[in-house]
Design a protein around this ligand. Structure first.
Ligand code: CO
Length: 212
């Protein structure tokens, strides 16, 4: 049973390669020469939110970073490295933080249940709740509060991106870099644009604006 599952994955890969080559015999050869994706995607690790698939992107078109609840934690060396490479080497023009409704990480942040080590990661999400306590606690319907928390978490992560030295330095040097916040509906397949487009650091609170 398990072995059959494993074997199926390898068979799927062979079929995928054949389909790609049938459509374009040079598909992989072209990719082997390098990448120039216009977009960095920061999304949730959730299996229901496959970055490329939901936006119809091909290999080579999206640089991707995923973690639990699509967080931009400014001490996370993994996220910072991906961001730095995307912005300063690949010169992406857009960074999209894509959250999703029914996010387990955000759900965990709404409650008190301990899940082990991950409690420490979820704490970052709980901090977002604290920043937006007045709005969130005024929503009586739990599903609606959950949905809004998902949205506010994305908005907060977009601002956290803007606060990084990497993004502010890129803006300072005149590089065109647009930040966006989206929420994906796992039950609908539809992406909602939260319209939090930020294009320079004057849109940040004054204390976060770096001078170079
Ligand atoms: Co999630």
């Amino acid at each position: 049973m398990e072995r059959a599952f494993y074997k199926k994955l390898i068979d799927n890969n062979k079929a995928w390669v054949e389909a790609k080559l049938a459509a374009d015999p040079e598909f992989f050869e072209k990719l082997s020469k390098g990448q120039e994706p216009p977009l960095l995607w920061i999304g949730c690790a959730d299996s229901r939110v496959p970055a490329n698939e939901i936006i119809g992107a091909q290999p080579g078109e999206v640089f991707v970073h995923r973690n639990i609840a699509n967080m931009v934690v400014h001490s996370d060396m993994n996220m910072l490295s991906v961001l730095d490479y995307a912005v300063n080497v690949l010169k992406v023009r857009h960074v999209i933080v894509c959250g999703h409704y029914e996010c387990g990480g955000v759900k965990a942040a709404m409650g008190n249940q301990s899940f082990g080590l991950i409690d420490n990661w979820v704490r970052h999400i709980k901090d977002v709740y604290r920043f937006h306590f007045d709005e969130l606690d005024s929503i009586e319907n739990e599903q609606q509060r959950f949905d809004r928390f998902v949205e506010l978490n994305v908005v907060e992560q977009v601002y956290d991106l803007a606060k990084t030295s990497i993004v502010q330095a890129a803006w300072r040097s005149g590089q065109s870099l647009h930040l966006h916040g989206w929420v994906y509906g796992v039950g609908s397949g539809i992406i909602k644009d939260l319209n939090v487009n930020i294009t320079n650091n004057s849109e940040l609170e004054e204390r976060y604006q770096l001078k170079f």
